[in-house]
Design a protein around this ligand. Structure first.
Ligand SMILES: Nc1ncnc2c1ncn2[C@@H]1O[C@H](COP(=O)(O)OP(=O)(O)OP(=O)(O)O)[C@@H](O)[C@H]1O
Ligand SMILES: [Mg+2]
Length: 460
């Protein structure tokens, strides 16, 4: 009895057996309490009728009459005063009866054997083919005294019906057992499949194939499991990608630093070459330092989602100060920056939001063209505040747009290779905006420009 399947089948069959036993006992109690006295009374009437008919018709042939009666479905046992016995119809399986009973019936008393037949839980007296289970009435015929015992011949009356009932019962049992076996399989198979799927998930195979279309509890469980496996799979591939990206981004500057430091050891280098190599090493060290700073920021954002240091402050001042920091680079790249910043205050984490605007402006400059433009706007409504960064830069395709918030993603690799960056900026922007309960949306046309719209709630 190990598998759920066999447990289910055995328990159902046991339940079927127990319920038929209980039904039998209840039917038997019903027979004993209600049907038995009624049956006795009915048969007493018949026996009395027979006795009075014979008494009133002394001319008829008693033997022929009883033969006839037996053929209509009665078992008859007659005892005379001289203890001579005549039987008609099917013989009683047990024809023992106490002598004093015979005596009493001969003396005119009625014997209620059916009503007084002993009862037991598992024996239905109705079917007991015994002389004790009969009705005895006194019979007077041609001056002679007899005791007439009779009972209906159950076998005769119920023979076909009994066969019919037996078939009905047998077929019912066979079909129920077959159906229990089939339906149990139907119930248990999905659980077995789910178990296999959990095993394969445990081995690291996240692409579980499982049917989750059922609409019941097992279907719900399977669907939830499927969703969980999918999410775990996504997390796993994100983790792998993250590790491989990180390793690559740390490895390449380290390799450069190592390569250029060994070059510096050569004696034949000119001062100019030395200066050039040192600049490269400095650049790579800065890149590594930026990367670790960004990673630390991301990790702290992941861990401390609820620990925002919110304050009311002037967003306009923050954005203007930021623009001022970028004047020299804007000039160098010949980018024209316009802005429309009406006085606006916001309730947010100043340091984190500074990182958001810095990343967006930095991107708008980095991915712009010589002579391009950038426009920064604040649009305020009752419930929210929009900060819009619009540039006439290189733009992005639809496919690229789908990934820009992924960690380490950098679109258009041929171009981005020449532009400094780790691909973590927008992932950080996204996290910070989400932590503030805001949204970020992007519109971009390849070759024409990009617009980032940050919408933050003005809650309190
Ligand atoms: N304004 C923009 N115009 C065109 N492409 C952009 C713009 N902003 C972002 N992108 C694209 O999205 C990618 C991801 O941007 P993100 O800011 O996350 O990384 P990054 O700028 O490359 O590096 P980091 O900001 O970490 O130094 C960029 O590499 C770039 O290809
Ligand atoms: Mg960036």
């Amino acid at each position: 009895m190990k598998s759920l399947y066999s447990k289910f089948v055995i328990i159902t069959l046991l339940m079927m057996f127990c319920s038929s036993m209980i039904a039998f006992v209840i039917a038997n109690i019903h027979y004993q309490a209600i049907l038995k006295p009624y049956n006795d009374e009915k048969n007493t009437d018949v026996a009395l009728n027979v006795a009075s008919f014979l008494q009133n018709n002394p001319d008829i042939n008693m033997t022929a009459y009883f033969h006839n009666l037996a053929e209509t479905g009665y078992q008859v046992y007659i005892v005379s005063e001289k203890d001579e016995v005549q039987t008609f119809g099917a013989p009683f399986r047990n024809h023992e009866i106490r002598d004093d009973i015979k005596e009493q019936v001969l003396n005119g008393k009625i014997y209620h054997g059916i009503a007084n037949f002993p009862h037991s839980i598992f024996i239905v007296g109705f079917f007991a083919n015994e002389l004790k289970n009969s009705i005895g009435v006194p019979l007077q015929w041609n001056g002679e005294q007899y005791a007439l015992f009779m009972r209906p011949n159950i076998k005769f009356l119920f023979n076909e019906f009994r066969i019919f009932l037996s078939w009905l019962l047998l077929l019912m049992i066979i079909f129920s057992v077959i159906m229990v076996i089939i339906s149990t399989k139907f119930l248990v198979t999905p659980i077995a499949k789910l178990t296999d799927a959990t095993k394969s998930l445990a081995k690291g195979n996240f692409a579980v194939e499982i049917d989750y279309t059922r609409k019941d509890e097992i279907g719900n469980l399977t669907r939830n499991f499927y969703d969980m496996a999918k999410k775990l799979g996504q997390l796993d591939s994100m983790r792998k990608e993250f590790i491989s990206n990180i390793s690559h981004d740390i490895q390449s500057p380290l390799a450069n630093i190592e390569g250029y430091t060994s070059l510096l050891e050569k004696d034949t280098l000119t001062n100019e070459q030395k200066e050039q190599y040192i600049q490269i090493i400095k650049g790579e060290t800065k890149r590594l330092s930026n990367l670790t700073k960004q990673l630390l920021l991301l990790a702290s954002l992941d861990q401390q989602e609820d620990l925002l240091n919110k304050r009311h402050y002037s967003l306009t001042t923050q954005l203007k100060d930021l623009i001022r920091q970028y004047y020299w680079i804007l000039e160098e790249k010949e980018i024209m920056l316009t802005f429309s910043l009406p006085p606006s205050h916001i309730n947010g984490d100043r340091v984190l939001l500074e990182a958001v605007w810095d990343n967006l402006l930095n991107n708008a400059i980095k991915y712009n063209k010589i002579g391009g433009t950038i426009d920064i706007k604040i649009e305020q409504s009752e419930a929210s505040m929009k900060v819009i960064f619009q540039d006439t830069g290189v733009g992005m395709t639809k496919e690229e747009l789908e990934h820009i918030f992924d960690r380490f993603y950098r679109a258009d690799t041929s171009r981005t290779r020449s532009v400094e960056g780790t691909g973590l900026g927008l992932a950080i922007v996204h996290s910070i905006v989400q932590m503030h309960g805001g949204t970020i949306s992007v519109n971009s046309v390849k070759g024409e420009g990009t617009t980032f719209i940050i919408e933050l709630p003005v809650d309190d």
